[in-house]
Design a protein around this ligand. Structure first.
Ligand SMILES: Cc1cc2nc3c(=O)[nH]c(=O)nc-3n(C[C@H](O)[C@H](O)[C@H](O)COP(=O)(O)OP(=O)(O)OC[C@H]3O[C@@H](n4cnc5c(N)ncnc54)[C@H](O)[C@@H]3O)c2cc1C
Length: 453
């Protein structure tokens, strides 16, 4: 049996090497252990081989070879899915990291499937333009955009997927397909929320926006003021202009005790922004304020500098309707009971422009105003525990939030264990999404983020 598996793997690698330009790494290669790593160090998946694709033709060769050998696949762009779904055990990983070019024509970026959001942001900035992204530049732009994309421009420009205008894919039969408003519009609709469940997205077209100077940074409040700050901030954001987006977070101070931060991003007139920042500062008595006018790229780089890459993670997520008193006391209780100083709770407010689009305009499952809660359990792998206590904290806190939450959750952060939430994440869009899945991937060859069958 073991001998058969080895022989099959050797044959797969032999066929890939014969057909692809990019390199292939398999279990017996020296670089294999490094190549199978993803952002979340707790993920320990062992694929049969990893095909580093340099072109859409390489992707076609990888898909066809996997099919010929009856081998499942997973697609990796930048490996930031916390559940590690881009590197699947006993499968062929189609790695797109060598395909990271970004081209800009007029106000549209053509983004290769393996480009980071940072690369798109940089290319746009060079043309005095902005791309709608998340708060970090390190994730892959395709993974982010095809499932959602909550970020600093959400209230003014929508989710990242609201700027997606087209894509090129390699389907499960190895054929290439162009998708835009006129060609296969149903698949474009599905890609705006349904993620990489239909094929390998080798490139996307993304609408860019005129660059604006951003007023942003961080305001840090003592933990004792958390309840007051959350209440005042919730009210202030709810009635603010669409030029304001604010991430609220619970983090640890150097001594391990919790603190509450507000990280605003204002994209309107700077003089109006100064007033908006004053309102946020007055939500309490800040311990530390660092707000400055900067380019969008600088804002994102500031957040990237805080991302820890050598840690183990477990993520949970909920959509809550608002920062009401019940939710606030649960958040404070959750923040105080964290089991690791590295764990955080992040709140992203979905409001403004994206709430004006009808639910069925894209596959994304929730268009009403809401707060996306990210429960990020993070621990140091050298601490010697297996993370179970930290994982339990995240699950327990998610369960506490469940009765006050809306059904579903942000699919990019819903791991395979969250089946009950996955089943509801697309709301009434699920029937149409499943029909598109049946049409373009009838055998279920691609499985990316959460998509109920
Ligand atoms: C540090 C960090 C910060 C984040 N910040 C935000 C944020 O501010 N806002 C937000 O909305 N999200 C955020 N996320 C979530 C992130 O956007 C998603 O996890 C995203 O899917 C990561 O993309 P990736 O290419 O890096 O991941 P991967 O693990 O490579 O891929 C993620 C999933 O998408 C599929 N996939 C990726 N590329 C393709 C493709 N080209 N074709 C087909 N399938 C594909 C993979 O198979 C996998 O299932 C963050 C995540 C991290 C780790």
């Amino acid at each position: 049996m073991v001998q058969n598996v080895i022989e099959q793997s050797e044959q797969v690698v032999h066929d890939l090497n014969a057909k692809m330009q990019g390199r292939v790494t398999a279990r017996w290669d020296e670089g294999y252990d490094n190549a199978r790593k993803v952002w979340n160090g707790a993920v320990d998946h062992h694929p049969v081989a990893i095909a580093f694709c340099e072109s859409a033709e390489d992707v076609q060769a990888a898909v066809r070879t996997a099919r010929a050998h009856n081998l499942p696949v997973s697609v990796r762009s930048r490996g930031h899915d916390a559940a590690g779904r881009s590197v699947r055990s006993d499968a062929l990983v189609i790695d797109l990291s060598p395909m990271d070019h970004v081209r800009i024509d007029d106000q549209v970026a053509t983004v290769a499937g393996g480009a980071t959001a940072a690369k798109v942001i940089a290319a746009a900035a060079a043309r005095n333009l902005m791309a709608v992204t998340g708060w970090n530049g390190v994730p892959g732009m395709t993974g982010l955009t095809t499932v959602g994309g909550y970020g600093p421009l959400i209230a003014s420009h929508g989710l990242a997927l609201d700027s997606l205008t087209g894509a090129e894919l390699v389907l499960a039969d190895g054929q290439r397909l162009t998708v835009d408003r006129d060609k296969n519009p149903d698949l474009l609709w599905a890609l705006k929320g349904g993620g990489g469940n239909f094929g390998v997205v080798t490139s996307m077209k993304v609408r860019l926006h005129p660059a604006r100077q951003v007023l942003g940074g961080m305001i840090l409040f003592p933990w004792g003021e958390a309840e007051t700050v959350l209440a005042r901030c919730g009210k202030a954001i709810g009635s603010a202009s669409n030029n304001l987006s604010v991430v609220i977070g619970i983090i640890s101070l150097p001594d391990g005790s919790p603190a509450l931060f507000l990280a605003p991003a204002w994209t309107g007139e700077i003089s109006d922004g100064d007033i908006a920042m004053e309102v946020l500062k007055r939500c309490g008595k800040p311990m530390h304020v660092q707000i400055a006018s900067m380019g969008y790229q600088d804002l994102i780089q500031g957040f990237d500098a805080r991302v820890a890459n050598d840690k183990h993670y477990a993520l949970e997520t909920r959509w809550i309707p608002a920062l009401n008193p019940e939710a606030m006391s649960a958040l404070i209780e959750g923040g105080a009971s964290r089991t690791s100083p590295f764990s955080t709770i992040i709140l992203q407010h979905f409001r403004g422009l994206p709430t004006q689009f009808p639910l069925d305009s894209t596959a994304f499952g929730l268009r009403r105003e809401h707060v996306m809660v990210e429960i990020i359990s993070c621990w140091d792998p050298t601490a010697g525990d297996n993370g179970s206590v930290h994982k339990r904290w995240a699950r327990d806190f998610s369960q506490t939030l469940a009765p006050m939450s809306l059904p579903g959750g942000y699919p990019n952060l819903l791991g395979p264990h969250a089946q009950d939430q996955i089943a509801q994440a697309y709301g009434n869009n699920i029937t149409r999404l499943q029909a598109v899945k049946r049409r373009f991937d009838p055998d279920g060859f691609f499985s990316a983020t959460a998509l109920p069958r």
